[in-house]
Design a protein around this ligand. Structure first.
Ligand SMILES: Nc1ncnc2c1ncn2[C@@H]1O[C@H](COP(=O)(O)OP(=O)(O)OP(=O)(O)O)[C@@H](O)[C@H]1O
Length: 571
């Protein structure tokens, strides 16, 4: 874009007042049309240029005689345009009045324009005023010297102060710690600075500099009261911490150490056992494992040891039923050479061997009454003496006991010491019999097939659903040990890859028939409600062979019975 500029010294006696401005504007308008240019004016020592189109703009510059102006033209014919304008305004403009009517008309038009512009400016001012007055954030305006020029009602609320006490005053004196003061020098915005009100309120302040025509005019600052928000955030943090704590606690409760992976089964009963046993492993207290023979008591004891901090130390098992009564004491506590006839050399007892580790006392119910007292003392005092010796040996042992006997009855019959009972029964873990967790039979059977095939060096044999359903129907008086035996036998006797039902012992088949009865199917014991539910659904499906008919027979919906069949693994 071609730009021309020309320096003009004003020689008009009265400078450029309203009438002169009107005359210039009228002249300039003709020039603009004649040469098709854009025209500007700029006062000397002023950076901003103004469009030369409006008499108001011109008059507002208050140009006096002798002032210097630059006339600027943009456009192809700018040179000619500037020439004519410069000549016009550099002379005695007032003497050029030849048509006073035209000038008056011009002035009248401008007066109308001014009035309507003023009106719209006033409207804008009112709108902004009302917006600022109703804003939730506090607003403070100060000029370029730091004099407070405006405060809105929200500001008064946030700082609990009357605006009249501050307006017109120097911010550095009345609010010396305000971050916005820094802007008077830096003229750079600052965002989201947290300040504190006198009453402890937390207030977020952001300040931006105001520029008009590149001149720094002042600062506008907004203040947001975030006290409540902060409190909510703090409450939220606290709630999050609590949730984290509860989650950790829950995880601790649900956590099962991987040492328990040796225990196969996914039934909810077994999961409960694993969770409790895993917890017991993390403590130093004694554990009593109860359950029928072959339910996995020893396996659980080993897993507890494996999950405890003693896992690198010894796990010593004593089967109290397998050792003759008169030998059990020396087996447990050891003896010195010559302690009794036949004691040719010193023998270290199981307590000493287990020191630092775990002592598993299986069949604890078989210990005689006298030995129970010695056992109690050793556990209580945490020390033992070898038979025939007088050296006191400190022991640090986790005791895990197991029994399938009814210890409570034994206590009542004075066959088992009550004090020892309470000492050992700190965390009782009850292993459910296999018949009460038939959901586990599938997993266990597959586990044993794989294990036995590996041990016997056989190719992988398989168990069909048909065989599995046979296994599930049996009541398993010998529990998992029996299941393992039957699978070993079946694998050995089956000629084909598939394990055959014919290889099952005949008592199993007879038992199956016996168990078709409802209430008696668990050796006369009562089972959990769920087990009966499962049995009823199983029998109904077996008899009716369709969900619809079975549901009708039991007075259930098709959906309910199919859900139950799925839940109980019957399909
Ligand atoms: N959940 C299980 N997963 C895998 N194997 C198991 C499980 N429960 C038991 N067994 C196996 O079954 C057999 C019997 O288990 P264990 O000796 O632990 O039972 P027990 O209750 O101590 O028996 P008893 O009262 O007769 O001493 C073992 O070979 C064991 O490995």
């Amino acid at each position: 874009m071609i730009e021309e500029r020309r320096r003009v010294v004003i020689s008009n006696k009265k400078g450029i007042h309203a009438r002169t401005a009107a005359m210039i504007t009228s002249f300039v308008n003709n020039i603009r049309t004649k040469y098709n240019v854009k025209l500007y004016i700029q006062k000397e020592n002023d950076e901003s240029r103004l469009p030369l189109a409006n008499m108001l703009t011109l008059a507002a510059l208050r140009i006096k005689k002798g002032d210097v102006l630059y006339v600027i033209a943009e456009g192809k014919n700018g040179k000619e345009a500037i020439e004519e304008i410069s000549n016009y305004i550099s002379g005695e403009i007032d003497q050029r009045v030849n048509n006073i009517d035209e000038i008056d008309k011009l002035l009248e038009e401008h007066t109308i324009n001014i009035t309507s512009e003023l009106k719209s400016i006033r409207e804008i001012k009112n709108k902004f005023g009302s917006i600022l007055n109703h804003m939730g954030d506090g607003i403070c305006l100060m000029d370029n010297r730091g004099i407070i020029t405006y405060l809105n009602p929200a500001y008064e609320n946030i700082f609990n102060i009357k605006k009249n006490d501050l307006i017109g005053r120097d911010v550095k004196k009345v609010c010396p710690s305000r971050p916005s003061i820094g802007l008077l020098d830096t003229k750079e915005k600052i965002i989201d600075i947290l300040i504190r009100g006198k009453d402890g309120k937390r207030i977020l302040s952001s300040s931006v500099p105001i520029f008009a025509q590149n001149k720094f005019k002042g600062v506008i600052t907004t203040y947001k009261d975030v006290t409540e928000l902060e409190e909510v955030i703090q409450r939220l943090h606290k709630a999050e911490e609590k949730i984290k704590y509860y989650e950790e606690e829950l995880n601790k409760n649900n956590y099962v150490d991987e040492a328990f992976n040796i225990i196969i089964g996914n039934s909810s009963l077994l999961k409960d056992v694993k969770r409790l046993a895993s917890k017991a492993a993390r403590t130093s207290v004694n554990v009593m494992i109860r359950g029928e023979s072959g339910t996995g008591k020893e396996l659980v004891a080993k897993a507890i040891h494996g999950a405890s901090k003693r896992k690198e130390e010894a796990f010593i098992k004593v089967n109290c039923a397998a050792i003759p009564e008169n030998l059990l004491e020396s087996e447990l506590f050891g003896y010195e050479k010559g302690a009794f006839t036949g004691a040719a050399k010193r023998k270290i007892g199981k307590f000493e061997l287990a020191n630092g580790g775990t002592l598993f006392l299986d069949e604890i119910g078989e210990i005689n009454y006298n030995l129970q007292a010695k056992l109690l003392r050793a556990i209580q005092e945490k020390e033992i003496e070898r038979l025939g010796g007088n050296e006191v040996i400190k022991i640090d042992i986790k005791i895990i006991c197991a029994t399938n006997r009814n210890l409570e009855d034994m206590v009542n019959n004075h066959e088992f010491r009550e004090d020892l009972y309470y000492r050992l029964n700190v965390i009782p873990i009850v292993l459910p019999p296999l018949r009460n967790r038939k959901e586990d039979i599938g997993l266990l059977a597959e586990h044993f097939v794989e294990k036995i095939c590996k041990e016997e060096g056989m190719d992988g044999k398989q168990i069909s659903r048909h065989v599995l359903s046979h296994l599930k129907e049996y009541c398993w008086p010998g529990n998992i040990r029996e299941l393992e035996n039957i699978i070993t036998r079946a694998i050995t006797l089956s000629d084909s890859e598939q394990i055959d039902v014919d290889t099952f012992p005949s008592y199993m088949k007879n038992e199956k028939r016996k168990n078709d009865g409802l209430i008696n199917f668990i050796n006369g014991d009562l089972a959990r409600m769920e087990e009966y539910d499962r049995e009823i659904v199983r029998l109904a499906l077996k008899k009716h062979k369709s969900f619809n008919k079975a549901a009708k027979a039991l007075g259930l919906t098709h959906r309910t019975i199919s859900l139950k069949a799925k839940k109980y693994n019957l399909i």
